[in-house]
Write a protein that binds this ligand. Structure first.
Ligand code: HEC
Ligand code: HEC
Ligand code: HEC
Ligand code: HEC
Ligand code: HEC
Ligand code: HEC
Ligand code: HEC
Length: 293
């Protein structure tokens, strides 16, 4: 079991920096005193990012997709090759799979792939049954995934104190971290649009303003707040007036199909050419108009 311990230790230190003797209480313990946050959180996809039907684990809340994962034998889990999609409502290949056979993962593989699935889709420390079955403390992304272990209330993090880059890091623990200086991102790969902190970090609104994930999203429900652009752009003078009723996001955060069934909004806020939703046109101050990059 020494091997499994070191993998778990590595996982926690690389992904979540959870103190060794972290004491998670479970979110039920927060409900009585924080009813508004609790109620909002129960409306979110975070809450349902992982569920269990007997021996079958379902990853994904089903807003766009769920992928089944089942236990093959004491040493292996299978990520099913067919996922259930919402739009259109049908089964089709799981992203990254080329056949419906599925992909087999060793529980204590050095790459810790299957443990990582559970880690991002659950809260608290992963435990193991005597037969190496993975037992997450709490299914889904709940209070302590963002606030830290709650046994000692005075040590909880209030992310309100974080600046936009700090919030990018907090959310990026699961939604992927923004690129480090010099790190190459293939902006032409539509799959990368799924990683919102990566894209947001490139936006002028983030770099020159103080735009963060929570400017637009309620962190508990995940829902969008109203009229967020106008708080910093009260009177935009477009060269061509946008049609009335069209949302700012529809042009400046265009939708990208990352796969035939999955759609994400490009969080690199910018000016886009028609039908080119991956990379914005870069505008240099004083130039006549958008210049291609
Ligand atoms: C017995 C009631 C009670 C319980 C249970 C409780 N809290 Fe609190 N919490 C409070 C009160 C009162 C405050 C405001 C005063 C303070 O900062 O301590 C607060 C403040 C907070 C803050 C803001 C802290 C800050 O520094 O501004 C966070 C975040 C928080 N709670 C999260 C949680 C989470 C997560 C849980 C469950 C693990 C939880 N609380 C359980 C009563 C409670
Ligand atoms: C512990 C991992 C984790 C952390 C930390 C995390 N998320 Fe998530 N988030 C997820 C997962 C997993 C999903 C997918 C839920 C699903 O199955 O649809 C998700 C989905 C979402 C959604 C989509 C909700 C919807 O209605 O479709 C939003 C918005 C979101 N997260 C925002 C945030 C923000 C903002 C933060 C930081 C304050 C954050 N997340 C931190 C794991 C995480
Ligand atoms: C680094 C953290 C992380 C890991 C590891 C991870 N997920 Fe997720 N997963 C997320 C986040 C964040 C989302 C939300 C993506 C979004 O909506 O933008 C998500 C969404 C999903 C969804 C909903 C559909 C979608 O693509 O949005 C499914 C299904 C899913 N994950 C399954 C898995 C499975 C199975 C594994 C392991 C093979 C896995 N995830 C590993 C963070 C993770
Ligand atoms: C996805 C990350 C995430 C999850 C999960 C989460 N919170 Fe929060 N929470 C935040 C962020 C971010 C803030 C700071 C909000 C702000 O800047 O206004 C916050 C703030 C708070 C506060 C301080 C008061 C306030 O609204 O500013 C309390 C209390 C709190 N959360 C309780 C909870 C409880 C209880 C749960 C579980 C039911 C929970 N949170 C789940 C991210 C999260
Ligand atoms: C917290 C403040 C803030 C918010 C909120 C905000 N922006 Fe920005 N935005 C900025 C700043 C600052 C700049 C840089 C202006 C400059 O270069 O002088 C900018 C630049 C832009 C640009 C020009 C991009 C470029 O590459 O030159 C566009 C387009 C834009 N914002 C659209 C939006 C839209 C649409 C929203 C809402 C979805 C939004 N912004 C929300 C602060 C913000
Ligand atoms: C300028 C406003 C804005 C900011 C800032 C913002 N989002 Fe979003 N986000 C949106 C909009 C608009 C959508 C599309 C919602 C819809 O179509 O219902 C969205 C959708 C999402 C989704 C659902 C999948 C997708 O990509 O469409 C996730 C997950 C998400 N945001 C996470 C984040 C995270 C994490 C951050 C911080 C890194 C963040 N968002 C910052 C406006 C914003
Ligand atoms: C129909 C698509 C469309 C809609 C809707 C739209 N814009 Fe734009 N926006 C553009 C285009 C194209 C440009 C670049 C050419 C120009 O300036 O007109 C632009 C430019 C901008 C700029 C950069 C101006 C500068 O001086 O650098 C900002 C900021 C901006 N828009 C914000 C917004 C906001 C806020 C909304 C919602 C109230 C919005 N846009 C709605 C297409 C749109």
């Amino acid at each position: 079991m020494a091997v499994s311990f070191s993998i778990r230790a590595a996982l926690f230190s690389s992904l979540f920096l959870v103190p060794a003797a972290a004491q998670f209480t479970g979110s039920a313990a927060c409900a009585e005193c924080h009813q508004p946050q609790w109620a909002a959180q129960k409306r979110s996809a975070h809450s349902y990012a992982l569920s269990r039907r007997n021996d079958l684990w379902l990853f994904g809340a089903g807003r766009q997709a769920t992928t089944p994962v089942s236990r093959l034998d004491p040493d292996h889990y299978l990520e099913h090759g067919l996922s259930q999609y919402t739009n259109p409502n049908a089964k089709a290949l799981t992203p990254g799979h080329t056949t419906p056979q599925g992909v087999k993962y060793r529980v204590f593989d050095p790459g810790a792939q299957i443990l990582r699935c559970f880690q991002c889709h659950s809260t608290g420390a992963l435990r193991f049954t005597a037969e190496k079955g993975i037992e997450p403390a709490e299914h889904g992304v709940q209070c302590e995934a963002c606030h830290g272990p709650g046994a000692q209330h005075n040590q909880l993090l209030n992310p309100k104190i974080l600046n936009p880059a700090g919030l990018n890091d907090l959310c990026g623990a699961c939604h992927r971290q923004p690129p480090k200086p010099g790190e190459d991102i293939n902006w032409q790969d539509p799959w990368n649009v799924r990683h919102q902190p990566v894209s947001l970090s490139q936006s002028a609104c983030f770099q020159k303003g103080s735009l963060s994930c929570t400017t637009c999203h309620d962190p508990h429900s995940g829902e969008l707040k109203a009229a967020t652009c106008a708080s910093c752009h009260p009177a935009v003078r477009h060269t061509t007036k946008p049609p009335a009723g069209q949302s700012c996001e529809s042009c400046h955060m265009p939708k990208v199909g990352a796969s035939p069934q999955l759609t994400f909004s490009n969080h690199w806020i910018g000016v886009y050419a028609p039908r080119k939703p991956l990379l914005p046109l870069l505008r240099s101050r004083g130039a006549a108009g958008p210049t291609a990059r």
